[in-house]
Design a protein around this ligand. Structure first.
Ligand SMILES: NC(=O)c1ccc[n+]([C@@H]2O[C@H](COP(=O)([O-])OP(=O)(O)OC[C@H]3O[C@@H](n4cnc5c(N)ncnc54)[C@H](OP(=O)(O)O)[C@@H]3O)[C@@H](O)[C@H]2O)c1
Length: 154
């Protein structure tokens, strides 16, 4: 099994029609979603040798199109990079139907990235993620799940 995360450049920069786009897009989405693509490629031989052929992508609810009405314009480039990352997982899933490839949001975790809005301890998030990643099977491939098992709408 392998886990990858798009680097969490959690800039709260808004993408608005009025803002200069270059300021908000200091981290282009393709640049942020390419490390997981490279990692997948490099680590694929190990996944193929494993008993459980699972790839877990750590994305965010911020990458969900349907989260936009709640989240608003903040986290612009972050949301765009996670949406691109979600698409990468779907492309991989179609390419490799023999692997279980899932995308997860760890939840609002109290980490360096999220010291103010964090609501849950890292232990709770990790326990939930481990519970899911150790129980998923091929039929779950392509799912977009929260750490507690909730399905996230795309
Ligand atoms: N925390 C949340 O509420 C939350 C919510 C949704 C999604 N997520 C996602 O969960 C993942 C982990 O976030 P976190 O909250 O644990 O963030 P974090 O506390 O800021 O930790 C991020 C980790 O990523 C490493 N990192 C950053 N850029 C990197 C790079 N270019 N190459 C290699 N490693 C790099 C950092 O290493 P150093 O310490 O060495 O810098 C650090 O260990 C991220 O993908 C984030 O988007 C988090």
């Amino acid at each position: 099994m392998r886990v990858s995360t798009a680097p969490g450049s959690h800039s709260s920069g808004s993408i608005t029609i009025n803002d200069p786009p270059c300021a908000a897009l200091s981290s282009p989405p393709a640049a942020l979603s390419s490390p997981p693509a490279l990692l997948s490629q490099v680590l694929l031989p190990f996944v193929e040798k494993g008993e459980r052929k699972v790839i877990l992508h750590i994305s965010s609810t911020a990458g969900s199109m349907q989260s936009v009405p709640q989240i608003g314009v903040i986290y612009g480039s972050y949301s765009m990079s996670k949406a691109a990352y979600n698409m990468l997982a779907q492309k991989q899933r179609i390419e490799r139907p023999d692997l279980t490839i899932i995308t997860m949001c760890p939840g609002p975790v109290k980490t360096d990235m999220n010291p103010i809005d964090g609501q849950i301890e890292p232990e709770e998030s990790v326990q939930g993620i481990l519970r899911i990643v150790t129980s998923v099977n091929l039929g779950d491939s392509g799912k977009y799940l929260r750490y507690n098992g909730e399905v996230i709408p795309w």
